[in-house]
Design a protein around this ligand. Structure first.
Ligand code: ASP
Ligand code: MG
Length: 406
């Protein structure tokens, strides 16, 4: 008998029919003699709809983050209760638990909390009574006994955290695609499903905008060495295994990702003296704004320019901080652009093969797509381009690396 954690995303439970389908997948696993803990997200677009409701009240002003968490956590309360009912309707015992009931203790940074620990005693008690335990993903409780949420897409992390805390034998992440692909299969018809992928590659892909797994969940899976399987709740075919050392599939790259949640800020004519870059970026990090690609020009006439990217949803906040910095330090103009996209290729094969980056650049050149900025790491190359070219760029790059697959 094994302990299996299964997570179902919002699209897998979007209506009654889908909830019944999930109940069948779960009970099939249970019938084989396994203990099953199920983690679910809110149905369909529920979370977006709730955010919209808050905006109706708050307009452009920022809502209280504590109240946002109180609101957003309600989405998962609906899906867990419905799924537990569906399982019971099929004749099996089930109980639904909110994050706090399932023992999720988090930090108190509302809307972006981190899991501190999972006290699994209640889950164990329910499993001992042979129940299928249905847990609300994405939420927990701070040490002030306030409801918190883990950031968008956080239910993946909830599932991995339970798998780690309970030493589960398997953690399956069910979604609406059949696994991890070399590009978004909904957009690129030649996209290939990967049988296996390493944590590091998956982490890069997740961070770079491949929407299939939340990046914190991959980070946690790597840390606790939890093997993940990403698979479809509709087709039940074998999915993609995410683990430390995958069997080598002979591919130079394992994926092309697109991220349009990017904004670029340029500060011109910054006095060319030590400490100013530090001053500028520390102001952003103090507000939890992640800076990604950074480019600094060679100094001339005693000044230099610095250009960098931030997530677009933090763009307005970042711009405000930078304009103040520019004012205080007598720099030149500040430019802002959020009509851009970051296109990245990821692959462990890059470490041992030359020419991967130039192949990517050639694919872009062939379609006359201009590159604005470039950044690289051992296993990835990212370029910043005009947002209008984003889909074409992904297709061109994918075709170049996987030519036989159209
Ligand atoms: N319902 C939350 C969201 O949409 C959490 C999740 O889906 O994982 O972000
Ligand atoms: Mg969702």
């Amino acid at each position: 008998m094994s302990l299996i954690v299964q997570k179902f995303g919002g699209s897998s439970v979007k209506d009654a029919e889908h909830v019944m389908n999930v109940a069948r997948v779960v009970t099939d696993t249970y019938k084989k003699g396994n203990s099953v803990v199920v983690v679910v997200s809110a149905q369909g677009d529920t979370t977006d709809d709730l955010i919209e409701k808050a905006a109706e009240i708050n307009g452009d002003s920022l809502a209280s983050k504590r109240e946002m968490d109180m609101l957003l956590a309600s989405g998962e309360q609906i899906s867990i209760s419905l799924l537990a009912m569906a399982i019971q309707k099929l004749g099996y015992p089930a109980v639904s638990l909110l994050g706090w009931q399932a023992g999720f203790k988090t930090t108190s940074s509302h809307t972006w909390a981190r899991i501190r620990k999972v006290d699994t005693s209640r889950i164990k008690q329910e499993l001992d009574q042979k129940k299928i335990v249905v847990v609300a993903g994405f939420q927990g409780l701070s040490r002030y006994d306030d409801i918190t949420t883990l950031g968008r897409g956080g239910s993946d992390t909830s599932a991995v955290a339970i798998a780690a805390a309970m030493h589960a034998d398997l953690c399956q992440i069910y979604t609406d695609v059949e696994g991890v692909y070399t590009a978004d299969p909904r957009k690129i018809k030649g996209a290939i499903k990967l049988n296996e992928i390493s944590y590091d590659e998956m982490l890069e892909l997740a961070t770079l905008g491949a929407q299939v797994l939340n990046n914190r969940s991959v980070e946690m899976a790597k840390k606790y060495n939890i093997e993940l399987e990403v698979l479809s709740s509709l087709t039940q075919k074998p999915g993609t295994i995410v683990k430390e050392r995958p069997k080598m599939e002979k591919m130079l790259i394992s994926g092309v990702a697109k991220d349009t949640n990017v904004a670029r800020i340029s500060v011109t004519c910054i006095p060319d003296k030590p400490g100013l870059a530090f001053k500028m970026f520390s102001k952003l990090s103090a507000r939890d704004i992640n800076v990604d690609i950074i480019l600094q020009s060679i100094g001339r006439d005693g000044t230099k320019d610095i250009t960098f990217t931030v997530p677009k949803d933090k763009g307005a906040e970042a711009l405000q901080i930078i304009e103040k910095f520019a004012n205080d330090n007598g720099t030149g103009a500040v430019h802002y652009d959020d009509k851009i996209a970051k296109i990245s290729i990821v692959g462990a094969g890059m470490e041992t093969h030359a020419g991967v980056a130039s192949t990517m650049f050639e694919a872009l050149y062939n379609r006359q797509i201009n590159i604005q900025m470039i950044s690289t790491s051992e296993i990835k190359v990212s370029v910043l381009i005009d947002k209008r070219d984003a889909d074409l760029a992904v297709e061109a790059i994918h075709d170049k690396f996987f030519p036989d697959n159209d």
